[in-house]
Ligand binder design. Structure first.
Ligand SMILES: CCCCCCCCCCCCCC(=O)SCCNC(=O)CCNC(=O)[C@H](O)C(C)(C)COP(=O)(O)OP(=O)(O)OC[C@H]1O[C@@H](n2cnc3c(N)ncnc32)[C@H](O)[C@@H]1OP(=O)(O)O
Length: 225
């Protein structure tokens, strides 16, 4: 698609390159489709160099879409985004969509593919690595009915540049518990190459710290793909 010809929503949603973010979700699942489309927009904006005219028209279209969705605004406890535990990415687009293949009481495994939107320059941005680790370690730390815990720290070691547009494997391990403290470990690989590893601490919340935690809609990988 020629950027100068952008004029309709359909044009904007249809990238001209070989799209690594083709929707993988059921077409009857409209919110999942919406999240997929938003990821496609993030990637398209990042990859494009539109003319000022095309950029302006696209911006107006996006603002129009935001205004239309504002009519459906709800409080954080009622929103769908981030709470779709059955979807890779949980229906949010801050973190690259993590496909969880397994979450047991002491291990989690997943896959992630990162595009140019999350690039630091020909490799994954260093701030994105902790996002992905936080996601998988948090899911494991809070799996199997354990009381809710929050991240106290994440210590990330960057071992090699993480390539874009290819599948990365992410693993997490429940390394031990000491009272309210849950010690977690994780690693990210591209093929045989160790890209990054992490140590994290999760602290079980005291009752007075759980008041805003209303996520009781499933938290493991049971329905994730
Ligand atoms: C909420 C659950 C969401 C889950 C969603 C699932 C998946 C979603 C995926 C999305 C994922 C999103 C996930 C997110 O993004 S979670 C959001 C990011 N995290 C936060 O916002 C947490 C902010 N911090 C706090 O709320 C408090 O500091 C917490 C609750 C963590 C502890 O404050 P609290 O007052 O309760 O603790 P304590 O002082 O009694 O200390 C207790 C013990 O812990 C030790 N200690 C404490 N801190 C540290 C530290 N930094 N290094 C080393 N040690 C530390 C301390 O020495 C003591 O040890 P000991 O003396 O007993 O030996």
């Amino acid at each position: 698609m020629d950027a100068t010809t952008v004029s309709t929503t359909d044009d904007i949603w249809s990238p001209s390159w070989d799209d690594p973010f083709e929707p993988t979700t059921d077409r009857d699942d409209e919110f999942a489709e919406l999240t997929d489309a938003l990821r496609a927009v993030q990637e398209a904006v990042t990859r494009s160099r539109p003319t000022p005219d095309a950029a302006g028209r696209t911006a107006r279209t996006l603002r129009d879409l935001a205004a239309r969705l504002a009519a459906f605004e709800v409080g954080e406890d009622e929103q769908i985004s981030g709470r779709r535990w059955d979807l890779a990415g949980r229906g949010q687009t801050l973190t690259p969509a993590l496909h969880l293949d397994e979450v047991t009481d002491n291990r989690a495994r997943g896959r992630v593919l990162v595009g140019r939107f999350h690039s630091g320059r020909y490799a994954m941005n260093g701030g994105v690595t902790p996002l992905i680790f936080d996601e998988i370690l948090a899911r494991l730390a809070n799996s199997c009915g354990r009381p809710w815990a929050r991240t106290a720290y994440l210590h990330v070691n960057y071992r090699a540049p993480a390539p874009l547009d290819v599948e990365l494997r992410v693993e997490a391990e429940f390394a031990g518990q000491d009272g309210r403290k849950r010690f977690m470990r994780g690693a990210m690989h591209h093929g045989d190459v160790l890209v990054a590893d992490v140590e994290g601490l999760w602290i079980e919340l005291k009752p007075e710290q759980t008041q805003n935690v209303s996520l009781a809609v499933g938290r493991g990988a049971e329905e994730n793909s």
